[in-house]
Design a binder for this molecule. Structure first.
Ligand code: NOJ
Length: 555
């Protein structure tokens, strides 16, 4: 098995708009990040992944880029970015940029020129004439991820363009070699500046089937069998991979609907490998029916099944990523834990995923146990995806308006996009101005300052287990996975076995009930040393709600 620096990373994700405001305009920015680098370092993480910092009209909060080589003025300047990059590197933190190349903003110069028919840019996007007698029917029946038709009529050009996300996010045409050259040049621009890797947004969507045939009629994402993946995906990714040959950097591809079997087509070690690792989504459906807008309640069995599958299938041949939150997912304690037992369930969740093999990710605010926001009505919500989900549910006539709002409030990406709660001061210490988005009213209790000084806090627990993951990396990062009590709906028990003979045992009661510890006691060898856990003290006869432990057996 390859052992490389990027496999060992714990990465801290920053969604810049809500991280920290350094200039008092109510919007998170790079000056704010600069002031928090020591805090990030104090977590024991090794890298920062920035959600898009680039110039953007912010229709999808940065995932709609209007200039790949400029910093969004709301976040600062290129000089500010360089200061953050240098400051991170000086502290031994790597920096990972988001590379969003499936689509741009409709405000990108390329798109404006393409719409105007400029010969150089006319094929940069996916344009098609309308169908039907009046030419006003979309070219096919595809639906976007943010539900709704995937085609938008453009008056200037007199054609439709494809957008697999929002209307303002036209898809780039990667079949055009000139577009691929642009992508490579953008990658080089940031790598030359010194960044250490890319998280590549919906990268498995960039190739579309020739002829753009109609999709199998499904209520959501109709047509996805023609681009997820498309026929040229592996060739294009191999081409982009060449860029990295000249740099010590890595590529992480975001891959919706990915299965372990298909993942190996991209990340299997050896000749033909196109990406170093992927973000898959399967473990993010343990509380819902396929998509989080259809919540079902948390099922530990579902979660374990996904972890088990990925741990086993990637072992020795490819590399996993392990995350429980990001800017697209509601807060995990509100989903898989208990808001009433926030610290306990937060620790249990942290424990079960931190010792899985793979590169480790923590999303801003996750480390202090931030919770979903108590949205009251639609006026509280800003995320485009939530409104699209609302429209879709309304069209089915299956749900009451109240139910639709409840589902969307639970699943909205806005939950993870509220400002980070730094202190009990006004606006949670996020800004001295007016925050661009709601601060969760629980900030007086849940904030970094309060948790920093409390040895029993979730924040200090994250610090502890991130350090343990590193200290026992042969088992934690690279070890073989062996699971026990597989059928239990309450207990999650596994062992990680390192090549150096180190064994780590992770056991958690992931429920609100007290349960017998017998299945765990049978597994943990006598003399094993307890390294960490939710509560003080070793395992007794019963496991309290969200009681978790990490035990070590050294060779
Ligand atoms: C995935 C990103 O994580 C998400 O935030 C974004 O809306 C879509 N891709 C489109 O770029």
């Amino acid at each position: 098995m390859q052992k490389t620096w990027f496999r060992e990373l714990s990465v801290y994700q920053i969604w810049p708009r809500s991280f920290c405001d350094g200039n008092g305009d109510g919007i998170g920015d790079l000056k704010g990040v600069l002031g928090k680098l020591d805090y990030i370092k104090s977590l024991g993480v090794d890298a920062i992944w920035f959600s898009p910092l680039y110039a953007s009209p912010q229709k999808d909060y940065g995932y709609d880029i209007s200039d790949y080589r400029a910093i969004n003025p709301e976040y600062g300047t290129m000089e500010d970015f360089k200061a953050v990059l240098d400051g991170a590197h000086a502290r031994g933190l790597k920096v990972v940029m988001d590379l969003v190349i499936n689509h741009t903003s409709d405000q990108h110069e390329w798109f404006k020129k393409s719409a105007a028919g400029d010969p150089k840019y006319k094929d940069y996007y996916i344009w098609r004439p309308g169908k039907g007698k009046d030419g006003k029917r979309p070219p096919n029946n595809w639906q976007a991820t943010f539900p709704g038709p995937a085609w938008q009529w453009n008056e200037e050009r007199g054609e439709y363009y494809l957008h697999l996300f929002a209307v303002e996010q036209p898809d780039l045409n990667h079949d055009n070699p000139a577009v691929r050259e642009e992508v490579k040049s953008i990658m080089r621009f940031w790598l030359d500046m010194g960044v250490d890797g890319f998280r590549e947004d919906v990268i498995t969507y960039i190739s579309k089937r020739e002829g753009l045939p109609n999709g199998f009629p499904t209520p959501v994402m109709c047509g996805q069998e023609h681009y997820s993946p498309g026929p040229n995906i592996h060739n294009y990714l191999l081409e982009y991979r060449q860029v990295l040959k000249d740099y010590d950097a890595f590529q992480l591809g975001e891959a919706p609907m990915m299965t372990p079997k298909n993942a190996l087509k991209y990340i299997k070690e050896g000749e033909g490998q196109q990406l170093d690792m992927m973000f898959q989504f399967q473990h993010m459906s343990a509380d819902c029916f396929v998509i989080s807008y259809l919540p079902t309640g948390f099922s530990l069995r579902k979660l374990k099944k996904v972890f088990r599958r990925w741990q086993k299938k990637m072992y020795g041949v490819a590399w996993n990523t392990n995350y429980m939150e990001n800017h697209d997912q509601p807060r995990v304690i509100s989903r898989y834990g208990s808001e009433e037992m926030r610290t306990e369930s937060g620790k249990a969740i942290a424990t079960i995923y931190t010792f899985l093999s793979g590169t480790h990710f923590v999303y801003q605010g996750q480390e202090i146990g931030m919770l979903n926001y108590p949205f009251k009505d639609w006026n509280d919500i800003v995320d485009v995806a939530s409104f699209c989900a609302k429209d879709l549910m309304e069209k089915t006539h299956l749900f009451s308006a109240k139910r639709i709002f409840r589902n969307c409030a639970y699943a909205s990406r806005d939950n993870s996009r509220t400002p980070v709660q730094w202190s009990a001061e006004e606006n949670a210490g996020f800004t001295t101005g007016t925050p661009w988005f709601h601060v969760n009213p629980n900030y007086k209790e849940i904030n970094v300052a309060a948790e920093d000084g409390d040895p029993a806090s979730l924040l200090n627990y994250y610090r502890k287990i991130i350090a343990l993951r590193k200290q026992y990396k042969e088992a934690a990062v690279y070890g073989r996975y062996k699971e026990y009590a597989k059928c239990s709906g309450k207990l999650y028990v596994y062992e990680k076995i390192g090549d150096d003979g180190t064994r780590l045992f992770v056991a958690a009661n992931m429920s609100r009930k007290t349960v017998s510890a017998a299945p765990v006691k049978r597994v943990i060898p006598k003399g094993a040393k307890r390294l960490a856990g939710t509560y003080d003290g070793s395992l007794a006869g019963r496991m309290r709600p969200y009681e978790a432990h990490v035990y070590l057996v050294e060779k």
